[in-house]
Design a protein. Structure first.
Ligand SMILES: Nc1ncnc2c1ncn2[C@@H]1O[C@H](COP(=O)(O)OP(=O)(O)OP(=O)(O)O)[C@@H](O)[C@H]1O
Length: 342
């Protein structure tokens, strides 16, 4: 159905500009600006009630922003380019953006196929495309059954099929792995990554942070409606990463490291802990430590990277922005060790 070849679609983008949304006196989204570029998965993280779903609805024009805007850039199904346009003003919307926002809206009495056909017909999309999408999400065999009898995982797959009907260049997926079993989660991850790899701009929210760590390339982190930061996944995780080196004379190693050892400390049993800061590369830092030890004639008996996982970094980054807290529950320890003896 699409006339513009995929190869021409490498400049899709959503740009959120100073977006705010008030419900009565509640400021749900407060001056958010970020981008969702094509070709990668942008994870959208924030504690409960931080404004993720509201932002996604505003991006799609389902809620009117109080101030600010969300703009789409790409090429639609007819091959017409659009630059920095609000979704509501674009023709051929199904080819611009597809979404999973709420998996509870399905008409239970309809079959999966008829549900998709109704959506497709409303958008001028042929039934052949419905069959393609059913096939893509592995639902061809179950398509004749009523949605009321579907498991949550089947409903989520149907939601993905619905989002893909118009072969959209932008995808907005709110909690797509909610309630999925491990096989379903793994399927969703592979699907989301491959949709981004095809050149689409993909924004996905999830509270399943271990999964987000495997899926997202970039992160937009918000708290209480406000921006905490926009990062690559590596940048976000690097902040909590240290390389530990075990040597017979830690003070000499520290001195030999010079400015590179800034922020380092000597922990228990004389282990030197050097932070991976300022966007430094882990392999480079490990090489510098090994070279400094060699120059000093120090035997390194252990060189180990201690990396915080996404959950620990997320909890640290949003500590001041948690609206709902559980009393008396410790936060996750969250450190992953990745060792390599020298
Ligand atoms: N239609 C609405 N009317 C009034 N308040 C609303 C409405 N929708 C959302 N809110 C409020 O706006 C704030 C942000 O809600 P939102 O659902 O966007 O957060 P979220 O980050 O998606 O949360 P969660 O992770 O729990 O799904 C919350 O305080 C919520 O109660």
């Amino acid at each position: 159905m699409r006339v513009a070849p995929r190869a021409c679609m490498m400049d899709n983008m959503i740009t959120v500009e100073r977006l705010s949304k008030k419900y009565g006196s509640k400021l749900a989204v407060d001056d958010l600006s970020f981008t969702v570029p094509d070709g990668v998965v942008t994870g959208f993280l924030g504690p409960n009630g931080s404004g993720k779903s509201t932002t996604m609805r505003c991006i799609l024009g389902l809620d009117a922003p109080t101030t600010g805007r969300a703009l789409f850039t790409g090429t639609d199904v007819t091959g017409a380019a659009y630059t920095s346009q609000p979704f509501a003003q674009l023709p051929n919307k199904p080819s611009v953006a597809g979404a999973i926002l709420d998996s509870t809206w399905h008409n239970k009495a309809r079959s999966g196929r008829n549900h998709l056909r109704a959506l497709a017909r409303g958008a001028g999309i042929p039934d052949t495309r419905v069959e393609e999408c059913l096939e893509q999400v592995g639902m061809t065999d179950a398509a004749k059954d009523k949605i009321g009898g579907y498991s949550l995982g089947m409903k989520q797959r149907l939601g993905v099929a619905a989002a893909l009907l118009g072969d959209p260049q932008h995808l907005i997926l709110d909690e797509p792995v909610n309630g999925l079993d491990p096989e379903g989660v793994s399927w969703m991850r592979t699907t989301i990554k491959s949709l981004a790899a095809q050149g689409r701009a993909v924004l996905v929210s999830s509270h399943l942070l271990s999964e987000m760590q495997l899926t997202a390339d970039r992160l937009v982190v918000i708290g209480r409606g406000r921006m905490i930061g926009e990062y690559t996944m590596d940048e976000f995780l690097a902040d909590g990463t240290v390389v530990e080196a075990e040597v017979p004379d830690p003070a000499r190693l520290l001195a030999a490291l010079g400015p590179r050892g800034r922020g380092a400390d000597v922990g228990k049993q004389g282990v030197v802990r050097i932070p991976l800061a300022d966007g430094a590369d882990e392999a480079t830092l490990r090489g510098e430590i090994a070279a400094a030890a060699l120059r000093e004639g120090l035997l390194v008996t252990r060189l180990e990277t201690k990396r915080e996982n996404l959950e620990a970094r997320f909890l640290a980054a949003t500590a001041d922005a948690q609206e709902y807290r559980t009393a008396g529950v410790d936060q996750a320890d969250g450190s992953d060790a990745d060792s390599g003896a020298q």
